[in-house]
Design a protein around this ligand. Structure first.
Ligand code: FAD
Length: 350
């Protein structure tokens, strides 16, 4: 790359990063729990309002917020991501649903056990790594709590009068949230007048679902899926469906990425010129923190998108669960909480 082209690329990437940081700074605030109610076994819904009663930042289907867990007890101060599953046209409230994770590090348990109506929580965002692309027809596939980002997508498809189908899978119907509101769309399994259909598949009654049967053959259909890793691996395993589009998925926990190799390399924070050697046993974020370069980060698993950073030079070794194949090949951005470098040197717009 010539010096001229490189400096234009640097300027453009810098403007993007500034915009992202400004947006992140602007969108931090506090939310008051207006209502909480159980909506399925081990799932609680929280309706959240701005603590000062003001309008909340806008969002689009697929967006999530960072929730900062309350002080005191297990999980204090942890940041966890929750998809916005309410009505985006109600600007004074957000709605989230939280499933208790028995083997988690305490974030979901803290929300279930220690957050009551009237409590105030810190939040960041909204941020969206799972945008709903235009399509003639939609196939939504949800596994358990993975229904949350898909609910606003269904609402949008409905408003746009686009045909859609939902396959909603779970261990048992008792554990599936939002069945009542989905029921309003018509009898289960029936193709309703608007061309939509909700199919609920509870494994305790019906056994394992035959996912292959749902693989679209019509190029007009776009697939959006969210749920446990095994389900999303299977959907991604379809590869490009007719029309050349790969299914879009959102993972709540990290997928195994990028093999085991962890070599050492140098990372350069271009804005300050500060360099750090990234050891085999640490992440880029950890190496940069060690030399005083702050990177805004949250999940440390490559799933939330908070630390997205532009790459100015070098070839990233992507280990996140967010980018698609085309974005990976482009190599213009990466998530330094997990991703590494394929070459000896990596220059980041930090
Ligand atoms: C974009 C996004 C949107 C999300 N939306 C929702 C939502 O709408 N509703 C919802 O309930 N959750 C959602 N999540 C998940 C949520 O952020 C939390 O991860 C979840 O509530 C569990 O938090 P926890 O602290 O209890 O468990 P965590 O510690 O976060 O653990 C979550 C899972 O990861 C596994 N795990 C934990 N630590 C490790 C480790 N070191 N190695 C391997 N596996 C590990 C655990 O087995 C557990 O199943 C979302 C996540 C993301 C990234």
């Amino acid at each position: 790359m010539s010096e001229n082209v490189a400096s234009i690329a640097r300027a453009e990437a810098g403007a993007r990063t500034e915009a992202r940081l400004a947006r992140d700074r602007r969108s931090r605030g506090t939310l008051r729990v207006a209502r909480r109610r159980p909506v399925a076994e081990d799932v609680v819904e929280f309706t959240l309002e701005s603590a000062d009663g003001g309008r909340l930042p806008d969002w689009a289907p697929g967006a999530h917020i960072d929730v900062i867990l309350p002080d005191g007890g297990a999980g204090a101060g942890l940041v966890r991501q929750y998809s916005l599953c309410g009505d985006r046209w109600r600007p004074y409230e957000y709605r989230i649903m939280v499933q208790r994770e028995a083997d988690g590090r305490g974030g979901s348990a803290a929300l279930h056990d220690r957050v009551s109506e009237g409590d105030v929580l810190g939040f960041g965002g909204p941020r969206n790594n799972f945008r709903m692309a235009p399509a003639e027809e939609y196939l939504f596939i949800a596994g358990g709590i993975g229904i949350t980002p898909l609910l606003p997508m269904i609402d949008q498809a409905r408003r746009l009068e686009k045909p859609w189908r939902l396959l909603y899978l779970g261990r048992s119907a008792r554990r599936l949230a939002a069945l009542e509101e989905l029921g309003e769309f018509g009898a289960e399994g029936e193709l309703a007048a608007g061309g939509h259909r909700v199919t609920v598949h509870a494994a305790d009654e019906l056994g394992r679902a035959d996912l292959e049967r749902w693989r679209p053959s019509d190029p007009a259909v776009r697939v959006f899926a969210c749920g446990p890793a095994r389900l999303l691996d299977a959907v991604e395993g379809w590869g490009a469906v007719p029309g050349g589009r790969t299914p879009r998925v959102e993972r709540f926990t990290a997928s195994a990425q990028g093999g085991a190799s962890r070599t050492e390399f140098e990372v350069v924070a271009a804005r300050s010129g500060v360099r750090a050697a990234v050891g085999a046993g640490e992440s880029v974020v950890e190496a940069l923190h060690r030399v005083g370069v702050d990177v805004i980060t949250s999940c440390a698993q490559g799933v939330c998108g908070t630390c997205e950073t532009d790459v100015l030079e070098g070839v990233p070794d992507h280990r996140d669960s967010l980018l698609d194949d085309a974005e990976r090949a482009l190599g213009s951005c990466m998530f330094p909480c997990v991703s590494r470098s394929r070459e000896a040197r990596l220059v980041l717009d930090l």
